[in-house]
Design a binder for this molecule. Sequence first.
Ligand code: DX5
Ligand code: ZN
Length: 231
Amino acid sequence: MIEIAPSILSADFARLGEQAEAAVAGGATVLHVDIMDGHFVPNLTIGPPVVACLRKVCGVPFDCHLMIERPDEFIPAFAASGANWISVHQEACVHLDRTLHLIESQGCKPGVVINPATPINTLDEILPLVHHVLVMSVNPGFGGQSFIRSSLRKIERLAKTREDRRLQFRIEVDGGVHDDTVQDIVRAGAEILVAGSAVFGQGDPRENTRHLLASALRGTEQTVQDFSLVK
Ligand code: DX5
Ligand code: ZN
């Protein structure tokens, strides 16, 4: 099932609730919340109080993407504030297995994230534990960057691994998801599409979401392409 997960990073923070609701009215079924600490990534965003405020006005699952060091210290607070899915970076977790179990113990769906430079085989041991794998298709920290095309091969390999090992995790992609990239992304095997600037950058978030979802769904109707040719 293809889902659009608008990233509020590109929203107007003075009108966050209204913008989130508009994206949901356009067909978004998950809200992607980017949490940055100024250490793991060179940017700062929001913490649990903002998540708790959004929770009151928005009913879809919250997908909290933690781009922070020492995530174990903050996972309980995000869970209490209304997060439904919590993902942590493989690169930020020395004891990744423990962190994923901690997320689950807090009543949330555990996810793991990999940066563009991190190979998917670093996840071999923990794939059975996760609800979703988030493949970064930009270097994390900022919205509005260009899609890194080598991510397509990672998504494809991940989908193959899931099939070979008969696992259930979902495949999510984050960064540079726009009209001109989304069809290749879904053909590679991603199902949850995070989109910041494509939804909140210009125009109406409701129409933008609707448009992106329609493009993505058209992509699923097309034949699979050979990404071994992608440089
Ligand atoms: C980047 C964030 C993304 C970001 C994507 O570190 O994780 O969620 O909002 O923005 P776009 O869709 O503009 O590339
Ligand atoms: Zn994100």
